[in-house]
Structures are given as structure tokens and as C-alpha cells.
Design a protein around this ligand. Sequence first.
Ligand code: HEC
Ligand code: HEC
Length: 291
Amino acid sequence: MELGERDPVTGRHTTGHEWNGIEELETPVPRVVLFFLAATTLFAIGYWILMPAWPLGVSYTKGLLGFDQREVVTRQVRDAAFARAAWTDRIARASFEEIAADPTLMRHVREAGRTLFADNCAVCHGVKGTGGPGFPNLAAGAWLWGGDPATIAETIRIGINSTHEGTRVSQMMAFGRDGVLTGQQVLNVGAYVRSLSGQSLSEAERGRLAAGKEVFAANCVVCHGDNGKGKHDVGAPDLTDQFWIYGGDVQSVHTTIYGGRQGYMPHWQDRLSPVETKLLTLYVLTLGDRQ
Ligand code: HEC
Ligand code: HEC
């Protein structure tokens, strides 16, 4: 078909191209496409004039509006740092009691504390601080070393059985494995330990109580106390409550007494600032509120 011929169906001119009987019509670019092309070009030109746009070697065209994203970010960062410094300063200076009595500061403690706890502590103590096998529940109020703020802050700073030179040392000896007690004595004292927290005992366990009590008096009271309520100065847990680090069932108690336990809590002196430690201490103390 010749160039300029009309297509009999649409009545349009053809371009003259033909492929195996299929011809190309000469269809103009739709108006709407031209319109958007013009509109975006105008927008681009306007943008170049108003905003920073073209590089000029060492400088660039600044634009009539004088907008500078770096300035905006710098200002935002400065404002945030300033707001933070205002309350972190107050937290650094105030005593634990003063902070606890100040609702605004405690709001910061809860917010910043939650993040710090999730980042550093939740892997072991759980998101809500309720612990798990081998990791104590920090929300229970059953403290190994004591629940006053200064003690908690110190535990966080130096850790337990950690690599810090001043670390707290937690030693529950391996009474069975090291041969301090016979197998039978371990069973007996295990039954007695379980009775302390009022657990229901089997017939066999009840038969071991009297002997177990003697073993306890001779070997355990030095750390766990005459009544089994634990001693903060050696980090020995209260054996009469419902909270267990390693478990209060027959098997877990036996494993603890036979093989001993040495919990490991890293020290945070090098990783957290004093203010962060203070925040976390107060945050840890709020964990019990939700119980
Ligand atoms: C690697 C696991 C691990 C991490 C991480 C960890 N802890 Fe611990 N934490 C422990 C263990 C285990 C104990 C108990 C040690 C023991 O059995 O004597 C403990 C004990 C504690 C105690 C003492 C509780 C008491 O009853 O006296 C506090 C307080 C504490 N952790 C707070 C924290 C805080 C705050 C963080 C985060 C900065 C943290 N822990 C991170 C494992 C961990
Ligand atoms: C030198 C001090 C010391 C002596 C003695 C001692 N304990 Fe302990 N015991 C501890 C400490 C510290 C822990 C906590 C261990 C840890 O978590 O790191 C502990 C933990 C335990 C637990 C685990 C509690 C839980 O919450 O899971 C049991 C059970 C226990 N001791 C029983 C005994 C019995 C029974 C004896 C005597 C045969 C005894 N202990 C003697 C210091 C002692």
C-alpha cells in the first residue's frame, strides 16, 4: 500500500508500513499525553528555579526559596537532643526517690526503660521481665540480692559471676556430684526443700522429710537461712515462695542440689552509661506493677 493511503475501515491515513498484510495507521500522539508532558516540563522548570537543583562544580543552584534539608535535619536533631538532655540531666541529678515521685520523669523512665530493657535484657529475662528456666523473674519481687534501687543498680553494673572484677558471686555447690552429700541425702533434702514452699509431696517424699530437714540444717542454712527464706548477701534464693529460677518439681530440685547452679549475668558497666543504668533500675522496679 502506498504512503498516504486511507485505511478503508477507520478512514485514517496509513504510514505505508506493512507486515504480511498488517498495516500501520498514522495515529497522532493523544492530547492527554502531550498535556502531561508539557505540565511536567513546566513543573520541573519551576522546581529548578525555586529549589536547590543544579550542581555547579563546588556549589549548586540554591533556588529562590532557600530551602536546605540539611538545615532542617540539623534543627530537628538539635531539638531532640535538647529535649532529651533536659530530662536525662534531671534523672542524672535526682535521687531514686525523687524520680519515683515525679510522674513526668517516670513517664520517661517507662518509655526509655522499655527500649533499653528490650535491647539489652529481654533476651534472658523475657520482654516483660518475668524470666524463664535459669533466668530469674524480675517482676516477682522475690529478689536474690535485694530489691532496693541501689542494690539493683549495682547488680546491673557489676553482673553476677561475670567478668567484672567486682562481680557478685553466686555459688550453689554441686552437693551430689562433689560427694558432699550421698545420693540418699540429696533425695532427702530435695523433699524437704519442696515442702518449704507448700508443694504437694508424694508418699515417698513425705517419708524423707525428717532426714532431709537435718541435712538442710547442716548444709544449707548458712546460705538459705534457718527458715529457707534465702540471704541477700550471698544471692541465695528464698526456697519458701512460689518463684523458682530452675524449677520446683522433683527433677529440677534434684538436679540443682546434685549438680549445683551458677547463674551468669553479664556486667553492664562498659555498655550502659550511669544514666541508662539508673533508668533501667527504675524500670525494673516498675515491672512488678503489672503483675
Ligand atoms: C545473659 C543473660 C542475661 C542478660 C542479658 C541479663 N541478665 Fe540479669 N540476670 C541473669 C541471670 C542468670 C540472673 C540470676 C543470676 C543468679 O542466678 O544468681 C540475673 C539477675 C539479675 C538481677 C538480680 C535479680 C535479683 O533477684 O537480685 C537483676 C536486677 C537483673 N538481672 C537485671 C538485668 C538487667 C537490667 C539487664 C539488662 C541490662 C539484664 N539483667 C540482662 C541473666 C541475664
Ligand atoms: C554457699 C551458699 C549456698 C549453700 C551452702 C547452699 N545454697 Fe542453694 N543456692 C545458693 C545460691 C547462690 C543459689 C542461686 C544459684 C544461682 O542461681 O546462681 C542457690 C539456689 C538453690 C536452689 C534453686 C532455687 C530456684 O529458685 O531454682 C535450690 C533448690 C537450692 N539452692 C537448694 C539448696 C540446698 C538443698 C542446699 C543444701 C544442701 C543449698 N542450696 C546450699 C547458695 C547456696
